[in-house]
Design a protein around this ligand. Structure first.
Ligand code: ADP
Ligand code: MG
Length: 615
């Protein structure tokens, strides 16, 4: 297909690709034929997906947050991708492993509690996305408003929707939610010019995904996906952390270790050890926990491999399942592509090579591949490249509950999206005028074993004998994998405008409310901050002036005037004076001291103020 060559030139729209990772996030942009990641001023592309709420009111994101992880373990939020779009009960077991507090909020939504504030996972992700956005804007020298954001292939409807909400909160127009493995294949230059079948193996910090892609006539089709949303490099860290804990003095490691500082230090040390073992066959660790003792440990790569082998095997089982789901045999795979920081572990590469019989591609940095690929898709959506078409699949079957608590699947797992399926149902009781419908996701036969997506009611059915009404139920999954369900009684045309709002996510209204809240609070936060600053300044002035008064030999009338002003300000400080009153008090004191010829006082005050700021 060719397009007329002389189409009018349009200004290219700026759309970045964002890999919103469990562990690290980053943005990339398409540039000419290639793509490049967007780096901060230090040349670093990865933004650790971490947010730290400092007790002094600052909110730090990325590397700054990661640096405070040891100091403020219960105020530094990470791995929030494990919580987003899920219920508090679902994530309860996981939350117990996290050093920060996860509580159940309204409608069983998980909330991260820091001090008196409860944050939604969406709000935390939004902070990370904002940081990625800012980094991208600095690198590009212009504002970024739109993005393609990637998610693991196994993310369900609610998780995708929650990710979109996070993007909206960050002020980003999310043009498309894209599966990470699909993005990665694009990054590996699998650009559709050659037909073939590709296996994408993505082992990150917190998730594992494998996808089988078929490329035909320039069209990308995801034939199948499999994976484990709870398997990644973090689990390797935990295994090494156990060994480190065992090497700690008994008093420190006495189980359960409930000291967040010790746990965090051990986890960080474990990750460092693991990364070194990717290059060296042996690594040593000396972890100094101050008064809590020191752990000295030597681990060989062979020992490490022995420990992680069962986890690696689990990923290989998923690989085999995906290949089978795609209706293929391993020999029919043309290319194997590696994605995710954890694919740097030699055992992972080796085992995958043994299983597939071919060496995996490693040309692209596995940490950057997803963002690079997302930027290629972003460019397509920006309207700059029309040569590429992506089709994704549904990770889990979608259906409704039928009589007796069984499920009837309307859209089968691995169906290509967008897709829409309509099936007819009827009533089970005479003269039934309303029908309750419940949408489920999952492969199991009983509704109770599947995941409830939402419930709704179709009303206005005219009284008829059971079995006569013809109710057409339509499941529609759009290009983002978001599900809409409608039901219609065919004889009468009675229709219910029904939409499944994800059970575990934010509604449109909530997103809007949160956005308004954040704007409102921005002012409050600023005012609170200003009040603190003025109070500190006033206290410093009082101290400085009193000190100077004691030293300087002033005429009695001047001493009296200064003393009076200091006293007044001190009283304001002791009471609950607001910022404006304190400011007026400071100004008054400044005025009085300024009239004094002797500059002893003003210089003493200035010095005190400077000390205050230097703290
Ligand atoms: P995610 O997709 O979950 O955000 P990444 O793809 O950024 O994760 O991978 C992060 C994981 O990769 C972490 O567990 C990290 O420890 C691990 N990792 C990074 N570099 C190496 C390495 N050289 N050897 C082993 N693991 C590594
Ligand atoms: Mg990743």
């Amino acid at each position: 297909m060719s397009e007329p060559a002389a189409s009018p030139p349009t200004k290219p729209r700026l759309v970045v690709g964002i890999d919103l990772g469990t562990t690290n996030s980053l943005a990339a942009i398409r540039a000419g034929k290639g793509a490049r990641v967007l780096r901060d001023r230090d040349g670093e592309p990865l933004v650790p997906s971490m947010v730290c709420f400092h007790p002094d009111g600052r909110v730090l994101v990325g590397r700054e947050a990661k640096a405070l992880r040891l100091e403020l373990p219960d105020r530094t939020v990470f791995s929030v991708k494990r919580l987003i779009g899920r219920s508090a009960s679902e994530v309860a077991a996981e939350a117990r492993r996290l050093p920060y507090r996860v509580v159940a909020g309204e409608r069983d939504l998980p909330r991260i509690r820091i001090g008196d504030t409860a944050w939604s996972p969406e709000a935390i992700s939004a902070r990370v996305l904002q940081q990625v956005k800012t980094t991208a804007e600095q690198a590009l020298g212009q504002p970024v408003q739109a993005a393609v954001v990637t998610v693991p292939a196994w993310f369900d409807d609610a998780q995708r929707q929650a990710t979109k909400d996070a993007a909206a909160l960050a002020g980003l127009d999310c043009l498309r939610i894209l599966n990470e493995p699909t993005a990665a294949a694009l990054a590996y230059g699998i650009d559709g010019t050659q037909d073939g079948t590709v296996l994408v193996y993505d082992l990150g910090g917190g998730t594992f995904d494998v996808s089988i892609l078929r490329i035909e006539d320039g069209v990308f089709r995801v034939l199948a996906t499999a994976g484990d949303t709870h398997l990644g490099g973090d689990d390797f860290d935990l295994l090494l952390a156990d060994r480190i804990l065992a090497a700690l003095p008994k008093a420190t490691a006495k189980p359960p270790v409930d000291d967040p500082f010790v746990l965090q230090s051990v986890r960080s040390a474990a990750e460092g050890l693991k990364i070194r073992l990717s290059d060296a066959t042996e690594a040593e660790l000396q972890l100094d926990l101050g008064p809590r003792g020191t752990a000295t440990l030597r681990v060989t790569r062979a020992e490490f491999e022995g420990a992680i082998a069962p986890l690696v095997q689990r990923t290989l089982d998923c690989v085999q399942r995906a290949v089978k789901d795609a209706g293929l045999r391993l020999e029919q795979i043309d290319d194997v592509v590696l994605v995710g920081g954890s694919t740097r572990v030699p055992l992972v590469r080796e085992r995958l090579r043994q299983l597939t019989g071919k060496p995996p591609h490693t040309e692209v940095d596995p940490d950057l591949a997803v963002a690079l690929g997302a930027s290629i898709q972003a460019d397509v959506l920006a309207g700059n490249d029309r040569s590429l078409l992506l089709l994704d699949v549904i990770p889990l079957s979608l259906g409704i509950e039928t009589l007796g608590g069984a499920t009837q699947k309307l859209i089968l797992r691995n169906s290509t999206i967008p897709t829409s399926v309509t099936e007819e149902f009827s009533t089970g009781v005479d003269d039934q005028t309303a029908v309750d419908l419940a949408g489920y996701q999952g492969e199991r036969e009983l509704a109770q074993d599947c995941r409830l997506l939402g419930r709704f009611k179709l009303r206005g059915i005219p009284p008829m004998p059971a079995g006569l009404p013809r109710i057409a139920v339509t499941f529609l999954v759009d290009v983002d994998g978001v599900l809409r369900v409608t039901a219609r009684e065919q004889r009468t045309g009675a229709e219910a405008g029904i939409q499944i709002v994800p059970t575990f996510g934010l509604s449109r209204d909530e997103v809007r409310r949160m956005m308004l809240d954040s704007i409102e609070h921005a002012q409050q936060d600023y005012a609170a901050r200003e009040a603190i600053d003025v109070r500190n300044k006033a206290a410093a002035m009082v101290r400085g002036t009193q000190k100077a008064l004691a030293l300087a030999e002033l005429p009695p009338d001047q001493t009296y005037a200064v003393h009076k002003a200091v006293k007044a300000l001190d009283r304001l400080l002791a009471g609950s004076a607001d910022a404006a009153a304190l400011k007026a008090g400071c100004d008054e004191l400044t005025k009085v001291t300024a009239t004094i010829a002797d500059d002893v006082i003003s210089s003493a005050v200035t010095k005190a103020l400077r000390e205050e700021e230097g703290r």
